[in-house]
Design a protein around this ligand. Structure first.
Ligand code: HEC
Ligand code: HEC
Length: 365
């Protein structure tokens, strides 16, 4: 009997372990590039790099400054502040579940987490370094880094390059996945009591009259809440270049400084959105569809942090891409953005639904 019990408990332990390696409820498996497989050593190293403030000119800013765990891996500011409290132009998106995105940044200018991670170090309003040399100097001389890079990549101190730094940070970020929210337990776990009646009504509006799901996708067996596409929903409308001269000036700035530096330093250039990357007119003022997972944790909202609460976001959509009905109708709006005619109760239900997307490990107690 004892033997059977022992065997059974080993089996349960193994099953739990295998389960832990799988994606949480409501999320697919994390895509991992062939040339950067996940290993515990790399993940641990990536976490240290992510939190290291020495990779900034002031020694006070790390990735975690703007992507803080206790703030849903964002920073609770309308637009981020880097070295010397310098302000950028954009709201820090959460890094949670960024592992699933097909492109990184609000305008999708980088294709992968690996490529994304090299930018903030050099941006003059983020970490402010002139080049990546100061990072390499630290990781090649700090004995703990030397030991960790050797374990993770089998390289000696002098052989460490940004390639390994980028890979380690990306590997850590691929562990920042969060599903299993009340919504997931309701829809995918079959627990009909997991969300409130108001949130159930909100989900129906999200899929029906609100048409939110046409961009914030929900699939049969998982939901990333993004179609990975870029849309102009009217957020930057008031700042967009008003004439051809202003547009030319903005494009010139992008060409001279590169997208990353140009858009994060000038609100007007910022408003180009995906256009700064593709120069396609259909991408003017278009931004990446955000995931809505853990959205309750990451106010304020939108790429410029211009909407303070989820109530404001819903009001904005209900008015067809503007906060007030008296505001002018934005130009070049995506076809999916029209007045929704939701009652105040329906709007409140939609907010309740959005609040049911918070993963248990982040629920505020
Ligand atoms: C000064 C604040 C700040 C710092 C420091 C910072 N970020 Fe960000 N992060 C932002 C902002 C703002 C954006 C959005 C910028 C944009 O889209 O143009 C962003 C975007 C991202 C994204 C894209 C997510 C998405 O939804 O597309 C990832 C991933 C990311 N940061 C990771 C990092 C890593 C890794 C570091 C450190 C190497 C870092 N960040 C440092 C503010 C910061
Ligand atoms: C046409 C596609 C589209 C539709 C329809 C749509 N969204 Fe969005 N959503 C986006 C895009 C694109 C963004 C980012 C826009 C920006 O910042 O300029 C966004 C941003 C958001 C954000 C803020 C995310 C953040 O991290 O700041 C919330 C919340 C949101 N949408 C909820 C909704 C709800 C609720 C509905 C339905 C009433 C809806 N969306 C309908 C495309 C869409």
């Amino acid at each position: 009997m004892r033997k059977i019990l022992f065997g059974l408990s080993i089996f349960i332990l193994l099953a739990a372990w295998a389960g832990a390696a799988e994606a949480p409820l409501g999320l697919p498996k994390v895509p991992v590039p062939k040339d950067n497989p996940q290993t515990p050593e790399k993940i641990q190293l990536g976490e240290k790099l992510f939190n290291d403030e020495r990779f900034s000119t002031t020694g006070k800013v790390s990735c975690a400054t703007c992507h803080a765990k206790d703030k849903g891996f964002s920073d609770a500011l309308p637009v981020s502040e880097g070295i010397d409290q310098l302000k950028g132009t954009r709201n820090a998106p959460t890094v949670l579940n960024a592992a699933y995105f097909r492109s990184q940044f609000w305008d999708g200018r980088e294709p992968s987490l690996e490529e994304q991670s090299a930018q903030p170090f050099l941006n003059p309003v983020e970490m402010g370094l002139k080049n990546h040399e100061p990072i390499l100097k630290i990781v090649r001389t700090d004995p703990e880094y030397v030991r960790m890079f050797e374990k993770a990549f089998g390289v000696k101190a002098r052989q460490i390059t940004m390639k390994e730094v980028k890979k380690a940070i990306a590997s850590f970020e691929r562990t920042l996945v969060a599903g299993d929210s009340p919504f997931d337990r309701y829809l995918y776990g079959g627990d009909k009591k997991a969300i409130s009646a108001a949130a159930v009504r909100g989900l129906e509006i999200f899929r029906g009259q609100g048409r939110c799901v046409s961009c914030h996708t929900i699939e049969q067996d998982h939901a990333l809440f993004t179609n990975h596409l870029f849309h102009n929903i009217g957020v930057a409308a008031q700042r967009m270049p008003a004439n051809l001269d202003e547009l030319r000036a903005a494009v010139k700035e992008v060409k001279e400084k590169g997208v990353d530096v140009a858009v994060l330093s000038n609100p007007k250039t910022e408003s180009l959105g995906r256009y700064a990357v593709t120069r396609e007119l259909s991408d003017m003022g278009a931004f990446k569809t955000s995931t809505l997972r853990n959205i309750d944790l990451t106010a304020p909202y939108m790429h410029d942090g211009s909407l303070k609460t989820l109530e404001e976001v819903v009001q904005f959509y209900n008015n067809g891409g503007r906060l007030k009905e008296t505001d002018p109708i934005p130009e070049l709006l995506d076809g999916g953005i029209r007045p929704l005619n939701l009652t105040p109760e329906q709007q409140a239900d939609l907010v309740e639904f959005l609040k049911a997307l918070t993963s248990p490990q982040f629920v505020k107690k």
